[in-house]
Design a protein around this ligand. Structure first.
Ligand SMILES: Cc1cc2nc3c(=O)[nH]c(=O)nc-3n(C[C@H](O)[C@H](O)[C@H](O)COP(=O)(O)O)c2cc1C
Length: 170
């Protein structure tokens, strides 16, 4: 397993996967990593729906305008926010984002790759997911994560930009 800093730099959004299945224990480890994220007042206002059947993943792909990653991904995780459990309105989105980033990094550390596909704040897409999966009123679909073994991986991009950093004043 590479060190944490390398894992952060090596994570890329991957949209094409091999047909190798993902061991359920690894999926569980990734979900565990999500649940270890920080959250406002430690409310942990997240829920996860794991899809590992081709037919339903294909259906989900067709419900989202930018989900090409799901065409080959053997696993898709829908991350949902709980409006009854969040610290205050607007917090679940921040908390779920922290959970997702933990999951993307955990996946990379385990040799897997991912792509984060936003559902929130697209009202129409959110409504379609809520309806299709019969989510309770207080559970809102937030994002999808594709998970699998990459067909190929990109080099680390150059992103560090010292002009975006401000010390002690703007
Ligand atoms: C909130 C959010 C929404 C995103 N939505 C999509 C999406 O709908 N489809 C997709 O293919 N990638 C999506 N991405 C992935 C971004 O395109 C990707 O992170 C960005 O291009 C940077 O590339 P990298 O992840 O390889 O560093 C999303 C990322 C974030 C954080």
């Amino acid at each position: 397993m590479e060190n944490t800093i390398d894992t952060i730099y090596d994570r890329r959004s991957v949209r094409k996967y091999t047909d190798k299945d993902v061991n359920p224990d690894l999926v569980d480890e990734i979900l565990r990593a999500g649940m270890f994220a920080p959250s406002g007042c430690n409310k942990q206002p997240w829920e996860f729906v794991v899809f590992n059947e081709r037919q339903i993943i294909d259906e989900i792909k067709d419900m989202h305008p930018y989900a090409s990653a799901l065409a080959t991904a053997p696993v898709c995780i829908m991350v949902c926010g709980d409006t009854q459990r969040e610290m205050a309105k607007g917090f679940y989105q921040v908390d779920c984002s922290a959970a997702i980033e933990n999951m993307l990094l955990a996946a990379r550390a385990l040799g897997l790759d991912t792509c984060w596909m936003g559902v929130y704040p697209w009202e129409e897409v959110m409504q379609n997911f809520s309806k299709r999966f019969e989510l309770p009123e207080h559970i809102e679909p937030f994002a999808l994560i594709s998970l699998g073994y990459a067909q190929s991986r990109q080099e680390r991009p150059k992103r560090y930009d010292s002009t975006r950093i401000h010390y002690n004043k703007w």
